[in-house]
Design a binder for this molecule. Structure first.
Ligand SMILES: [Zn+2]
Length: 264
């Protein structure tokens, strides 16, 4: 990772920029994605399509080259549909590999079961080029549940969630504070306790057994509820009628030892 001064400075401490807050079926919102910022570095959290447009609308100063890496929670399309474009943009535009931070159960199927069919074969000036591989596009940094992973200023811990496919929540510590993200998960009290050890938590809420019911989060004790900011709710749910604030695209918040705060 470069240690040079970033083109777009980061705010002091640890901040969260909301890039999208929708779910897979949203008619009016982009799928959920975040950017974590600390000490001149940025980490993209999940990568739905069209991620460059989403970034530009959330903060017009930002483009893919301003992000140090992509932390991918799981392979559902509303979290990973932009990975092909993200990786092609690195290869052709930025002319470097994209740094992918993901658990092996997320990263290992990404190529053979998802991207290989569209990314292996490329034409060069003289015709077909040798087949491209996962390692040609991706600089993969495995995330494990046994110990934290250091990436620049970010110390990353992951924990498996209750979801249809392998999915990993995280806690990231940087700039003197810790933020948690539930990723997609059914209600799991032990996972929630783990997340609440962070100073602030971004949490999903949606329908069905593989997501967390809105009513469950609204009924939490205020001390836990106040740590939360909601994302990924379904169209038709009036999330603003409840006691937990929701994140909006373009919104940037600081994470402090005392919880959420306005970004400087
Ligand atoms: Zn999912």
């Amino acid at each position: 990772m470069s240690t040079s001064t970033p083109a777009v400075p980061t705010p002091p401490g640890l901040t969260v920029l909301c890039v999208g807050n929708g779910d897979a079926f949203s008619r009016s919102r982009y799928s959920t994605s975040l950017v974590l910022e600390a000490e001149g570095h940025r980490l993209l959290i999940d990568c739905p399509h069209p991620i460059r447009k989403m970034l530009a609308e959330a903060d017009p100063r930002l483009d893919l080259g301003d992000l140090d890496g992509l932390l991918l929670t799981h392979l559902h399309g509303d979290h990973a549909s932009g990975v092909e474009g993200w990786a092609f943009a690195h290869h052709f535009g930025l002319q470097r590999r994209g740094v992918l931070l993901a658990h092996p159960e997320v990263a290992e199927p990404l190529w053979p079961a998802h991207l290989q069919v569209t990314m292996r074969d490329l034409l060069g000036a003289d015709g077909p080029r040798p087949p491209m591989t996962f390692a040609d596009y991706f600089d993969w940094r495995p995330l494990g549940e046994a110990q934290p992973t250091r990436f620049g200023p970010f110390e990353i811990e992951v924990r498996r969630t209750y979801h249809h496919i392998p999915t990993f929540a995280f806690r990231v510590r940087a700039g003197g504070a810790t933020v948690g993200y539930s990723a997609d998960t059914g209600w799991d009290p032990a996972l929630f306790e783990w997340l609440c050890a962070a100073d602030a938590v971004v949490h999903e809420t949606n329908l069905g057994p593989a997501h967390t019911p809105f009513a469950t989060l609204c009924a939490l004790p205020p001390a836990q509820r106040d740590k939360l900011r909601l994302v990924a709710w379904p169209d038709g749910l009036d999330v603003h009628a409840g006691p937990i604030p929701a994140l909006a695209p373009g919104q940037r918040l600081a994470v402090t030892a005392a919880g959420w705060a306005p970004a400087a």
